[in-house]
Design a protein around this ligand. Structure first.
Ligand code: HEC
Ligand code: HEC
Length: 280
């Protein structure tokens, strides 16, 4: 005979208590074999005796940090999980060290996935991805986008890295303007300019320092937002606006999935004047 007690035992053994503890669904029902049983959420939580972990609603609170200290942390965290992890762990880690909960419950090690443009795919720069993730933990999507835009523009248009560690074995790590948020373009462009190969120790050091630069900038922006003094400094480059006249949504040749944030000329350097309409 399938009793309510047997059923609860089974359910807790299957770890379904977690679902209830996370607030997923108010009731669970079970059909065949045996009679239908409906469980209340509160019953399940009692049965599984879930640990009393306080649920912190999204977005999480941000407390102002020292941008230079955060950059130093990123510089040393890089070796433990590379670019995305270095940036994210530095920001969350400083909050964790100072305030404990809820920051200590975040498994920052998951951010190792973002290394070298996500699992070595060379797509979005891991340092930018780590910063965007941290910003998005503290600020909901729409207002976060404003800060992320600012960070991405700054990264695309600034000679980086602009961080120097207090001691180093490298004589010189040149800076370059990436013109792109993409790992592949950023690294390859730097290698061409500096003469160091993409596999060199110098190139790795460049990305370590770049992670520190990005961490500092992200913390500065988060601090400004917290103080209510954030103001976007960058705007869509004129060259991009010129392309969007015809390639923006709804225009003559608008079926292109680009946004105003993408620097077209970084990839479309050469347009054939014989076939391509001239921009006015
Ligand atoms: C005056 C309108 C206009 C402007 C401005 C414009 N385009 Fe185009 N573009 C077109 C049209 C129309 C086509 C389609 C041409 C065809 O299929 O023959 C096209 C095609 C293209 C293509 C695909 C074919 C090719 O020629 O390679 C690319 C890439 C492109 N445009 C990039 C750009 C970029 C980058 C800019 C800004 C620097 C830009 N366009 C500005 C109208 C424009
Ligand atoms: C990261 C590189 C990159 C950037 C940045 C980029 N594009 Fe492209 N774009 C591509 C690639 C790759 C293709 C596909 C080329 C192909 O398959 O022939 C493409 C295709 C196109 C096409 C041709 C679509 C068609 O009908 O064939 C147009 C038009 C275009 N891009 C416009 C733009 C504009 C405008 C921007 C800036 C707002 C931009 N692109 C930014 C890489 C890029």
């Amino acid at each position: 005979m399938n009793t309510r007690r047997d059923f609860l035992k089974k359910m807790s053994g299957m770890g379904l208590g977690l679902l209830a503890a996370a607030g997923v669904g108010n009731s669970l029902s079970c059909s065949k074999p045996g009679p239908t049983v409906t469980l209340e959420k509160t019953t399940l939580v009692t049965v599984t005796a879930a640990p009393a972990t306080a649920f912190v609603s999204f977005p999480w609170p941000y407390q102002k940090l020292d941008p230079l200290k955060a950059a130093d942390k990123a510089y040393s965290n890089f070796a433990r999980g590379r670019c995305m992890y270095a940036v994210f762990e530095s920001i969350i880690g400083m909050l964790r060290d100072e305030y404990g909960a809820p920051y200590k419950s975040f498994p920052t090690a998951m951010m190792k996935y973002g290394a070298v443009g996500i699992a070595d795919w060379g797509t979005v720069c891991g340092a930018l991805n780590g910063a965007a993730a941290a910003i998005s933990l503290f600020i909901d999507a729409d207002p976060a986008e404003e800060i992320i835009n600012e960070l991405f523009y700054w990264h695309s248009l600034t000679a980086l890295p602009d961080y120097k560690p207090s001691s180093t074995k490298f004589a010189s790590i040149p800076a370059s303007v990436a013109g792109s948020p993409l790992c592949h373009q950023s690294i390859t462009g730097w290698s061409k300019l500096s003469g160091f190969t993409t596999n060199s120790q110098e190139r790795v050091e460049r990305c370590v320092r770049l992670s520190a630069s990005v961490t500092r900038k992200a913390v500065e922006l988060l601090n400004q937002k917290t103080d209510g003094i954030f103001k976007a400094a960058y705007k869509v480059p004129d060259g991009v606006t010129a392309c969007l006249v015809c390639h923006g949504p709804g225009s003559v040749q608008g079926d292109v999935h680009t946004t105003s944030e993408t620097n077209c000329l970084r990839c479309h350097e050469v347009l054939d004047p014989a076939t391509h309409p001239a921009a006015k």
